[in-house]
Design a protein around this ligand. Structure first.
Ligand code: ADP
Ligand code: MG
Length: 415
């Protein structure tokens, strides 16, 4: 059986060197500076962000680095180490939503979104180097948009990047870029994680739109080492699925359910169920009011998942790792049975991790492929990932890849 490969994170110096070297090769001079932003992994709370719910991401040690220099004109050029000979160039002055094809939409859309806000962003040259796996559910897209947002904030002196509350403006620009330039639906968790997480903490993000930047996050200690734990991410490498239609459909079903229930969003429903004297009965009555079996299942996932986030935070704070793990398992099972966003690779990886002693294992990210996480005893990540790889080989699945996750820092300047 083949040995499972782990993707290592770049150090700050190595990432900055790679991005700078690409910048010099593409543009013939040294960049003004280098910034980076992390990918993220969500511990629990899936498909809750667009329902105004709760989620609990951490920033990964894996980051996307951007070397940048501002320009005097409105020309913007971007290049990525993944395709180092292809420099994409636009004029920001006549850039419109949806006006860039392919990967370059992500960074160029950030400049566009900041300019749409009438902020003084002009042209720039940028080069990217990343160790965040692409399309693995670990948000390489947010790592790219958020590193760009922070870099542009500083080179154009916008002043939003220095403080957490200000970063919300950068989060918004990153979300708009994904939604309106890249045409990728995103609920907002990824960008908040990449710009607002703190080292050693998980970010409890409350996605109710009425909350201010000071109210919508709280930092929850998530010290794996102190608990003798490790969090291993296993990227299933499941063949890419056409999941955009599925994601949009799930969102639409949730919106329709909220309308039928007469609430602004399913968070309102989840909260009133949580506050009732008999939550089981209240959930049942809510589901009885919905017209289809599918809608009942989707709503049951969202409502129970929001509660699982609260319960997980409480369990971890009480050092009750067994309970925290069971909540992760319940989250996966709900995503599989009720939200129906898993694929065989995700279900098999989770099952193998559990059989091999994980406290909890679940898919993470939107589903239809991507990654799982498993909470395991310190020193066991490699063994558990290997067991998953062996089972994948037996079943003829693609070879998975793994990485070691811990709560790392949010976007910052590297050089
Ligand atoms: P995820 O965010 O889970 O990794 P997405 O599909 O949201 O998956 O985003 C992946 C896309 O982001 C890629 O297809 C590519 O267009 C773009 N992207 C991310 N990082 C890079 C990079 N370093 N270089 C070029 N494109 C990138
Ligand atoms: Mg993404």
């Amino acid at each position: 059986m083949a040995e499972v490969e782990f993707t290592d994170a770049f150090t700050s110096a190595a990432g900055a060197d790679l991005a700078s070297a690409l910048f010099e090769k593409a543009y013939g001079q040294a960049p003004t500076g280098v910034w980076s932003a992390p990918g993220r992994v969500n511990i629990i709370g899936e498909h809750t962000d667009y329902n105004a719910g709760l989620c609990l991401p951490i920033a990964l040690p894996h980051r996307t680095f951007i070397a940048v220099s501002p320009r005097k004109d409105t020309k913007a050029r971007v290049v990525s180490a993944m395709n180092p000979d292809d420099v994409v160039e636009v004029d920001l002055a006549d850039l419109k939503a949806g006006g860039v094809e392919g990967w370059a939409a992500y960074p160029l859309g950030v400049a566009w979104a900041l300019r749409e806000k009438k902020l003084p962003v002009s042209g720039f040259d940028a080069a990217f180097a990343s160790c965040v796996p692409l399309g693995g559910g670990l948000s390489s897209s947010a790592a790219m948009t958020c590193s760009t947002a922070l870099a542009l904030d500083e080179v154009f002196g916008l002043g939003y990047g220095q403080m957490d509350a200000g970063r919300v403006t950068l989060v918004e620009a990153a979300i708009r870029s994904e939604n309106e330039m890249a045409g990728a639906a995103t609920g907002g968790m990824d960008q908040s994680a990449s710009l607002r997480c703190q080292e050693g903490y998980a970010l409890l993000l409350d996605c109710r739109p009425e909350l201010t930047a000071l109210e919508n996050v709280s930092q929850k200690p998530f010290d794996l080492t102190a608990h003798n734990l490790e969090l291993v991410v296993i990227d299933t490498q499941a063949p890419h699925q056409l999941n955009d239609g599925q994601y949009a459909e799930r969102r639409r079903t949730c919106e329709e359910a909220a309308e039928i229930l007469g609430v602004a969003n399913l968070r309102v429903t989840a909260d009133s169920i949580a506050r009732s004297d008999d939550p089981f009965q209240a959930l049942k009555e809510t589901l009885d009011a919905l017209p289809s079996e599918t809608m009942k299942k989707r709503v049951r996932h969202v409502v129970t998942e929001i509660q699982r986030v609260r319960d997980f935070v409480a369990a971890f704070a009480q050092d009750d790792i067994a309970r925290a793990g069971r909540l992760m398992n319940a989250s996966h099972d709900s995503l599989a049975a009720d939200y129906e966003v898993t694929v065989p690779e995700l279900d098999v990886a989770v099952a193998v991790a559990r059989e091999n002693g994980a406290y909890g294992a679940r898919m993470t990210g939107g589903g239809f492929g991507g990654s799982i996480i498993a909470l395991v005893d310190k020193g066991r990540s490699h063994e558990v990932a290997q067991k998953v790889a062996d089972e994948f080989e037996r079943r003829g699945f693609n070879a998975p890849r793994a990485l070691a996750a811990f709560p790392a820092a949010s976007a910052s300047r590297d050089r």
